[in-house]
Design a protein around this ligand. Structure first.
Ligand code: G3P
Ligand code: MG
Length: 257
């Protein structure tokens, strides 16, 4: 059985609890779990030797003690780097993490949103989640149409979110809301459980349209409380935030879809 979206608006910790902690590290993931989030989002890329790891950018320069492209560095090299010091000396020696490690440590504790940052990470991510036995507690996001189809062909047990980046790329900003609405039909046809969209493109009409199509609206990245209250009022299925400690009290205070 794939992940079942709850009836309340989920709070998803973006790259872990990345407001106060270094993104995509275990300390950020553990902090998010301790806050009681519904789900933790982490970004997935493949190393030179094909190991799925947690990393947002294609280069490691900004968030580790190393330099270069993830795809040029092996896992054995990457695992020795410091992914915490850039956020403060108290996080020194917090290592880069492999997806397998995060699947293992979070099993049975929290759901995961695995945000694919490279198309070639699709199959290894499905394989890793399946092997870890956590399919029902995982969604795969960052998905193009091809990615949703690939995951669906590999397994019926892992839910996918359709990201609209492909559709929105290069369009006139004035058309963005219409294109987002088109994305609802595409996502529903592909079998994705939701569209995953920037919050500025979400309105009550979109949420209703998606509900009629049988899918959800998941939205990112929401760090402003007044914005969150509006989205909660619209009945979005999910809010992804860098500051889950701010959003949880709002989401848990009676708003529901
Ligand atoms: O959940 C969607 C979000 O992860 C997309 O943004 O931070 O990966 O670029 P980001
Ligand atoms: Mg992400």
């Amino acid at each position: 059985m794939p992940y079942e979206t709850p009836s309340w608006t989920q709070v998803v910790a973006h790259r872990g609890n990345s407001g106060p902690f270094p993104e995509n590290t275990l300390v950020a993931v553990e902090s998010a779990i301790s806050l009681g989030v519904d789900m933790v989002e982490v970004d997935i890329r493949l190393t030179k030797d094909g190991v799925p790891i947690l990393m947002h950018h294609d280069r490691i320069d900004g968030t580790t003690s190393g330099a270069g492209l993830v795809t040029d560095i092996t896992w054995d090299e990457l695992r020795t780097l410091d992914a915490g010091s850039w956020r403060g000396a108290q996080f020194a020696n917090e290592p880069v993490r492999a997806l397998d490690e995060i699947l293992e440590v979070t099993r049975g504790r929290v759901a995961l949103n695995l945000d694919l940052k490279a198309p070639e990470a699709t199959e290894p991510t499905v394989i890793a989640a399946t092997r870890a036995g956590v399919s029902a507690n995982v969604v795969i996001s960052g998905c193009t149409a091809k990615c949703v189809q690939t995951v669906g062909d590999m397994t019926g047990d892992i839910a996918t979110l359709f990201n609209l980046d492909e559709l929105l790329l290069g369009i006139n900003p004035a058309d963005a809301r219409k294109v987002t609405r088109d994305g609802v039909d595409i996502a529903a046809e592909l079998g994705a459980v939701a569209i995953n969209v920037p919050h500025i493109l979400v309105d009550a009409g979109l949420v209703e349209l998606a509900r009629d199509a049988g899918i959800g609206v998941w939205t990112f990245t929401v760090d402003d409380e007044s914005q969150a209250l509006k989205l909660l009022d619209m009945g979005v299925a999910s809010i992804t935030t860098n500051w889950p400690a701010r959003m949880l009290p709002l989401a848990r205070s009676g708003y529901s879809q």
